[in-house]
Write a protein of this length. Structure first.
Length: 262
């Protein structure tokens, strides 16, 4: 299936590195213009130039998804540049590293607020102005929220991330119900273990740790970011015109059931 997004404009948060970067490249390859949203201006500008070198209409917009004002300004900037917004990917997200993974009664309050503000509130703050723009355009739109398998099956010592990502799943469903009146489809992708730089360093640099992780995955491998990007491209296309409120789990079978023998 060859997907054509020619003439479409996508806003992607957390746009450089890992899944966000792969999604942007897939969208550009399908003909879309892309607004890259993130806080690191140096990385954002470098990725913007990389996409332009590929022939894309791309713009980096510095923005903090946890700030309502920042996201309103982001939407204004993207609309001023492209004239419209057709696709929104709420990809920005954070979690704690191993040293901060604690039982809930020991979990750091500042880390709790940071994760909730970016991973959950960020979807809310970014979606609101973009939805208003889509409604004003009058011809629908596509919103893709990136959650996690941790939002479906919580992991130990990650209470904030589990709560935020579970919230994104139900927020997706609520948005889908409401936005159907405006022909805006809202769906969610729940990645499993995906080989992005941070995860590689965290779980797969050490052979023993890597083997423990892979023992839980029936397909016995991690995902490539392109495999998430392919799903995001499908959901952004006319091929998914009757798909809304869907929670697409892409995890190699991880949460389908027990993968190990007893």
């Amino acid at each position: 299936m060859k997907i054509d997004l020619t003439g479409k404009v996508a806003v992607v948060t957390g746009a450089y590195g890992g899944i966000g970067e792969a999604i942007c490249k897939k969208y550009v390859g399908a003909g879309a213009g892309v607004a890259l949203v993130g806080r690191n201006e140096e990385k954002g500008r470098a990725f913007e130039q990389q996409l332009k070198d590929m022939g894309a209409d791309a713009i980096y917009i510095k923005g903090d998804v946890s700030s309502k004002e920042s996201m309103e300004k982001m939407c204004e900037t993207a609309t001023a540049h492209f004239g419209r917004i057709d696709i929104l990917v709420n990809n920005a997200g954070v979690n704690v590293g191993p040293e901060d993974r604690k039982y809930i009664h020991e979990f750091n309050d500042d880390q709790w607020h940071r994760i909730i503000n970016i991973d959950l509130n960020g979807v809310y703050y970014c979606s609101k102005p973009v939805i208003r723009q889509m409604i004003a355009q009058g011809d629908g739109g596509k919103i893709i929220n990136i959650s996690s398998v941790v939002g479906q099956v919580p992991f130990r010592n990650q209470c904030a991330f589990a709560a935020a990502k579970a919230g994104v799943i139900n927020l997706t469903k609520a948005m889908a119900i409401e936005m159907a009146d405006f022909d805006i489809q809202v769906n969610c992708i729940c990645p499993g273990s995906t080989m992005i730089p941070a995860l590689k360093d965290l779980f797969y640099a050490d052979k023993a740790t890597a083997e423990r992780m892979l023992s839980h995955i029936p397909m016995h491998r991690t995902a490539d970011p392109d495999e998430m990007a392919g799903a995001a491209t499908f959901l952004a296309s006319d091929e998914a015109s009757y798909v809304t409120g869907d929670i697409m789990t892409i995890d190699g079978g991880w949460i389908a059931g027990y993968a190990r023998d007893f």
